[in-house]
Write a protein that binds this ligand. Structure first.
Ligand SMILES: Cc1cc2nc3c(=O)[nH]c(=O)nc-3n(C[C@H](O)[C@H](O)[C@H](O)COP(=O)(O)OP(=O)(O)OC[C@H]3O[C@@H](n4cnc5c(N)ncnc54)[C@H](O)[C@@H]3O)c2cc1C
Length: 356
């Protein structure tokens, strides 16, 4: 099967690239390793219509993310503001009660969430594409330059998956290095890929769903920060007029999480929520834990050491002419403006498709 463009990776960046190309009439094919689309975007079902909670990204900031704001509007998706009203808590020491700050905080710019979870964005993009364009459960393992300037993509068994005039790699750069290239990529490219951390890949998110919003009833916003752990940052994850929930980002390292094990980690997280918000936290309706560091199609072992702060993302200009410009590095980590974020995934897709 020969196409003008093959896109490797069906996260937001790859999907948006496919959406843009398809709209322009460019024949393309998207190959995704997982059985599902979305990559780092993953929402789990709650109870009720379109009741979904995010285990990956939940927020966007429309006041400073014009692409995402525009796409959400274009696809007719509904957004709502992150709940921040009420007191916040800070847990500084193990043997000291958490401190309560009545004034809470206002996020500036405002953080928004999507009705139906961030997955609603993935589903809307997928719905706008012909199903024949998307292939899931296909991990691209190698890329080879053929005569006449064509590129062949193959799976782990060496079987060709597609032949394309151009290839967009909409992947975390570290996963580019999982693939083999013939001819080999220049050493500065593989070095840059290895040295570019995948944003949030070393993180794990815990979500606890409850029957009642007991923290709101006590005047808490649901926001807490902790130096005790296992979660370091906690927020309200409730659905508007739907199920109440809290979520937290883990402060424990991937190695410590692995050593503790999932059951003990969940128990420790619920005990922390009880310390902060009260004993009702020990009786959730459901608990979900997703350790992204254990997801081979997101994280590599290098991501177990998280970067100190938000890296300066963006791909060096000299990498834009790989294989005479027919091989394009994409994905949010290549975006110079808002690399790492969902907005960066759109920014990268725009740049990758701008040459068609
Ligand atoms: C816990 C967490 C919370 C986050 N919170 C936020 C937030 O609130 N707001 C925000 O803006 N951003 C947030 N982010 C970051 C956001 O998720 C990313 O910016 C965005 O999802 C990246 O999209 P992408 O398409 O570039 O990459 P990915 O989503 O990583 O997609 C890459 C895709 O490529 C596939 N793939 C990999 N290798 C191959 C291969 N060889 N062959 C075929 N397919 C392959 C993968 O399976 C994956 O589907 C968060 C991330 C995490 C993990």
């Amino acid at each position: 099967m020969r196409v003008a463009c093959a896109i490797v990776g069906g996260g937001l960046s790859g999907l948006y690239a496919a959406y843009l190309l398809h709209r322009r009439g460019v024949e393309c094919r998207l190959l995704e390793a997982r059985q599902r689309l979305g990559g780092r975007i993953l929402s789990v079902e709650g109870t009720g219509a379109r009741a979904r909670f995010d285990l990956g990204p939940a927020w966007f900031w429309p006041d400073m993310q014009p692409r995402l704001r525009g796409l959400v509007d274009e696809l007719g998706l509904a957004a709502f503001e992150q709940q921040t009203r009420g007191a916040i808590l800070v847990e500084r020491f193990k043997l000291e009660a958490p401190q309560r700050y009545e004034r809470g905080f206002n996020t500036e710019p405002r953080s928004m969430r999507l009705q139906g979870g961030m997955q609603a964005l993935v589903e809307a993009l997928e719905a706008a594409l012909p199903s024949s364009l998307i292939r899931c459960n296909l991990q691209v393992s190698s890329l080879r330059e053929m005569p006449e300037g064509l590129l062949e993509l193959a799976g782990a068994d060496g079987k060709p998956l597609a032949i394309a005039e151009r290839v967009i790699l909409a992947l975390p750069p570290r996963l580019v290095n999982r693939m083999t290239f013939s001819p080999a990529l220049p050493e500065p490219v593989t070095r840059w890929c290895e040295n570019t951390p995948t944003w949030m890949a070393g993180q794990a998110k815990l979500l606890a769903v409850y029957a009642k919003p007991f923290w709101i009833d006590k005047g808490f916003s649901g926001t807490a920060s902790s130096f005790v752990g296992p979660m370091m940052e906690i927020h309200d994850a409730s659905l508007p007029r739907g199920q109440p929930a809290l979520f937290g980002f883990m402060g424990l390292s991937p190695a410590a999480r692995q050593a503790l094990g999932e059951t003990a980690l969940k128990e420790a997280a619920l005990a922390q929520l009880a310390r902060l918000f009260g004993p009702e936290a020990l009786a959730p309706v459901a608990v979900h834990l997703l350790d992204w560091a254990q997801q081979p199609d997101t994280a590599t072992r290098a991501d177990w050491e998280p970067p100190l702060g938000h890296p300066a993302y963006g791909v060096p200009a000299s990498f834009e002419s790989l294989w005479s410009g027919r091989l394009v590095l994409s994905g949010t980590e290549t975006a110079p403006g808002q690399g790492g974020y969902l907005e960066g995934a759109l920014e990268a897709a725009e740049a990758a498709t701008s040459r068609f």
